[in-house]
Design a protein around this ligand. Structure first.
Ligand SMILES: Nc1ncnc2c1ncn2[C@@H]1O[C@H](COP(=O)(O)OP(=O)(O)OP(=O)(O)O)[C@@H](O)[C@H]1O
Ligand SMILES: [Mg+2]
Length: 326
């Protein structure tokens, strides 16, 4: 990756100086990814501070899993600079990997193992990397209790229910007491109690262990509850970046205007709906149909950004969002 070495050096220098920028656990600049001729990420930039919980949102196929896999070193990006704990993931060694925790979107291995056995076995990988500050691995029984699998501790993994299996995935992700934790749709299949317990685990990891967490979810409510900051990925770019409060404030007072012209449907978040609608009629006259105007919520903002992207107008959406943030 071009310039990744520079970033690495920068991270180390900042770390040594203990400067504010050194607090960044993740840095992503100009990230691009192609699968064959298909461009999935088209210049993604963001940073994550140490101890921050970041929710990465975006529609199916937006590239969330791709970003996470690049940051874990499972995939090599086509272009850009990525630094996780000061290291380019493409060059990360075992020592670096031991400082990360990962919950993948899906994997189906280890069916014959029993829950406690597998966690103990995986935990052994982290033992050489134990420090006074971060004893590794986590105690297996405490871990099992953390994710609520006490009843299933001696059960074979192949026989776990979907939600139980997902709890185990979370346990596997945190057994090594990671400094940076990647969670790709961790709560899929969770019942309401498991979801709430999981939220407690995330708060505990972030508040008590200063864990940096990057998670993806399609549950906006969950994103709002868990994260310090939200990123929305659409059309290969980050189209919104801010705390749930900021995003809500920035869209406050903005109305969502929907309309169609010539059978094509549009949606736009307008700071002044009156002016916008006036312009709309000036431009299209009585070809404007299905006109609706209503105040926008955070969920609406998300939907609007994504729809605008899907209609091929993500540049316009980004500009409108920046304008609103001024
Ligand atoms: N190995 C691959 N080869 C070709 N295309 C791929 C590959 N992996 C992913 N893609 C494509 O890249 C795009 C982004 O996929 P990705 O899994 O990162 O999306 P996502 O945001 O995680 O979606 P979801 O919300 O469904 O999990 C999709 O269009 C997908 O089909
Ligand atoms: Mg995904």
């Amino acid at each position: 990756m071009a310039g990744a070495g520079d970033l690495q050096e920068l991270g180390q220098a900042e770390g040594a100086l203990g400067g504010a920028l050194g607090e960044r656990a993740i840095d992503v600049r100009g990230l691009r990814m192609r699968y064959g001729s298909k461009c999935v990420l088209n210049g993604v930039d963001f940073g994550v501070r140490r101890g921050e919980v970041l929710a990465l949102l975006g529609p199916n196929g937006a590239g969330k899993t791709t970003i996470i896999e690049i940051m874990e070193g499972f995939r090599t990006c086509s272009a850009g600079e990525v630094s996780v704990l000061g290291v380019d993931p493409a060059r990360g060694d075992e020592r670096w990997r031991a400082r990360l925790g990962i919950v993948l979107q899906s994997w189906r291995d280890h069916g014959k193992w029993k829950v406690r056995e597998l966690l103990a076995q995986l935990g052994d990988f982290y033992r050489p990397y134990s420090t006074a500050e971060r004893p590794r691995p986590r105690n297996v029984d405490e871990l099992i209790a953390m994710v609520g699998l006490e009843q299933q501790a001696d059960q074979r993994i192949a026989s776990l229910s979907g939600g139980q299996r997902r709890r185990l995935d979370v346990a596997i992700g945190i057994v090594g007491r990671p400094e940076v934790l990647f969670l790709d749709e961790p709560t899929v299949g969770f019942d309401p109690k498991a979801r709430r317990d999981f939220h407690d685990v995330v708060h505990r990891l972030s508040d008590l262990e200063d864990t940096t967490i990057l998670l993806t979810t399609h549950d906006l409510d969950e994103a709002e509850k868990l994260s310090d900051r939200i990123l929305i990925l659409a059309g290969g770019r980050i189209v919104a970046d801010g705390s749930a409060d900021q995003l809500a404030r920035e869209t406050e007072g903005k109305a969502e205007v929907r309309w169609s012209v010539g059978g094509e449907h549009y949606v736009h978040a307008a700071p002044d709906a009156g002016v916008f609608v006036h312009e709309l009629f000036k431009q299209h006259g009585d070809r404007v149909r299905d006109l609706e105007v209503r105040r926008a919520s955070l969920e609406d903002t998300y939907m609007a950004m994504v729809r605008q992207h899907e209609a091929g107008r993500s540049e316009e959406a980004i500009a409108a969002f920046r304008e609103a943030g001024k």
